[in-house]
Write a protein that binds this ligand. Sequence first.
Ligand code: SF4
Ligand code: SF4
Length: 401
Amino acid sequence: MFHVMAKPTGAICNLDCKYCFFLSKESLYPGSPYRMGPDVQETYIRQVLAAAHGAPSVTIAWQGGEPTLMGLDFFRRALELTRKYVTPGTAVEHTFQTNGTLLDDEWCRFFADNRILAGLSLDGPKDIHDTYRVDKGGQPTFDKVMRAARRLQAAGAEFNILCTVHAANGDRPLDVYRFFRDVVKAKYLQFIPIVEGPPVTERSVKPEQWGRFLNAIFDEWIRKDVGTIYVQHFDSALACWHGAGAALCIHQETCGQAMALMPNGDVYSCDHYVDPEYFLGNIMREDLTQIATQPKQIAFGNGKRDGLPKYCLECNVRFACHGECPKSRFLTTPDGEVGLNYLCAGHKLYFNHIDKPMRMMSALIRQGRHAGEVMGLLVEQERQKKMGMPTRARAAWDRPR
Ligand code: SF4
Ligand code: SF4
């Protein structure tokens, strides 16, 4: 089943985050009001729910730009339309990515009452967050986002933190992680590397820095927080080690299941490929299922696998990495082949680092135990090592994958 990220305000946002790749997309639609009309909204929901017919669940995702600029009534209507078109037996989840600056109590109650999972963009403590996440006047936004987090919590709404990783926080993984866990008291975390280029900007995270960032957070999480803090990268990797394939599109073998929908109904191959070359069709003229399954989009998705350089094909962590996202494959491999992912060195560091604990968790799950037991096992192993005790017999996780 495909997935669509609807952008009801297109590229329009009330902030001016310095690394945002989407603001420039405004130029694709000169003179457009950049507001999704009621007809496009209804067609989108009707088509998504028709495509999901018979499926146990479907997600309707709202993104930006900044979707709160549409006003609450737009989303109240989205829920009414969902009730109108959903087929019995299909659970519908609405998700909502926001910068949080416009969230008042009414918005937060709306999320809580309708069990809408809000994604809140926050890059870490104030000094980090305000480095790049500023409003149109260049003013900091941290205080507003923290107010939104508190309001969401007071209303009882679930939210996940979306944190981009870049030059300002790349060397401070534990400051960032502990701030989210201990100060914000967030349970769900998502980290996204900022890669701008080529040529790569100063703001971008460096390859090894990305690997070290994830590793430091992983080391804290695997000892203290498994089962209480959910880090999307770690959950996705565990699924891989468990043989299910990554949950994150960037680490899946092929992609093309996550298209972007613009306010006028135009659909593109992916959020990162909103460009004329990747235009797939318009839902006011064609059906979303036809758009999603056309050869052009299938080729786009398979291109992620088919374009891998030999260096990746021979890599020991390819099963978990899969060359990451094609948009960042602009390096040349040591043997001169084009198409290596810019973050490759970081991916290698990360996936090799987490191998053993991931095997341990996967083995625990297979035994019908809780993955969180890994925390006690690691503490015990470290205690034994410190005391110079002999290594215990080989365990399930010591076997090759
Ligand atoms: S192009 Fe990148 S972001 Fe888009 S679906 Fe493929 S892997 Fe995901
Ligand atoms: S770690 Fe590097 S070589 Fe290995 S699959 Fe990922 S990008 Fe390719």
